[in-house]
Design a protein around this ligand. Structure first.
Ligand SMILES: Nc1ncnc2c1ncn2[C@@H]1O[C@H](COP(=O)(O)OP(=O)(O)O)[C@@H](O)[C@H]1O
Ligand SMILES: [Mg+2]
Length: 250
């Protein structure tokens, strides 16, 4: 599937199983730069990333592929900025930004191979369901809307310096990894008579967690777009085409 994936803003990849060899991005990931950026620079960078990472994502989505691991450590820079500002160098083309790590990419609708703190809660359920042994039950898969969520929560982190998926219910912080692990066990033990009950319970919990994120916003146009991308209802998230259209007027 990953043959012929050589497009602009996607890290060049040589598919030679069992290894995925990627182009070396000498600037490392976005994580290296975020701490040193001012609030204004972080917002400017977010707007540029919507364009560059968004176009990389569009190439995947147009081909029915879901990246499924968008997060700051998978957004890579071709070189490190020295004195000049990072944002200026990206705008004038001296530094290239690419979306890397296609190791988790799957076809639209297939089960997710992985999740991160930036993933949608649906994607976490998709991973948990891979423990099911019953081949007759259709498992929840991942979709372009799940990439849009992860892209939005990555941008949210960049702009606000806070992880969006920090969930707090009645004063208690929820350990998301533990929740996924618990569901992995629940789905492993499920049988055909209790499948729908378990599935509905887990999906309701996923929605409850999503609704208890601690979201802050300054209601700028950029913020509004990011919040649309991380809507708990995947049907309300904009497509990548819609995101690119809106980004042109930010
Ligand atoms: N193609 C690449 N070029 C340069 N640095 C990379 C590349 N891919 C990954 N890295 C760096 O290696 C680190 C580890 O990457 P990885 O194993 O994919 O784990 P993760 O993305 O979960 O942090 C990343 O945070 C990034 O800084
Ligand atoms: Mg990575």
């Amino acid at each position: 599937m990953l043959d012929n994936l050589r497009w602009d803003n996607l890290v060049d990849l040589i598919n030679d199983p069992p290894y995925l060899v990627m182009e070396l991005m000498r600037g490392g990931s976005l994580n290296n730069y975020m701490p040193s950026l001012s609030s204004k620079e972080r917002k400017d960078l977010a707007k540029i990333l919507i364009f560059y990472v968004g176009n990389a994502l569009k190439s995947l989505h147009d081909r029915g592929i879901v990246h499924s691991d968008i997060k700051p450590s998978n957004i890579l820079l071709s070189s490190s900025p020295s004195s000049d500002s990072l944002v200026t160098k990206i705008i004038n083309g001296q530094i290239k930004v690419k979306l890397g790590d296609l190791g988790s990419a799957v076809k639209k609708g297939e089960s997710a191979l992985t999740y991160s703190l930036y993933s949608s809660f649906d994607q976490m359920v998709s991973v948990a369901m891979t423990s099911m042994k019953n081949p007759n039950v259709t498992k929840l898969g991942v979709f372009p809307e799940d990439d849009v969520y992860a892209f939005g929560s990555t941008l949210y982190f960049l702009v606000n310096q806070k992880v969006l998926n920090n969930v707090n219910i009645y004063g208690n912080n929820v350990d998301i990894d533990k929740w996924v692990a618990k569901n992995y066990d629940r789905f492993r033990q499920v049988n055909s008579s209790n499948f729908f009950t378990v599935y509905n319970d887990v999906m309701n919990e996923a929605l409850e967690l999503c609704e208890h994120r601690e979201v802050t916003t300054d209601r700028s146009q950029l913020d509004e777009l990011i919040l649309m991308m991380v809507n708990c209802d995947k049907r309300k998230r904009p497509s990548i085409d819609e995101i690119l259209r809106r980004a042109s007027s930010l």
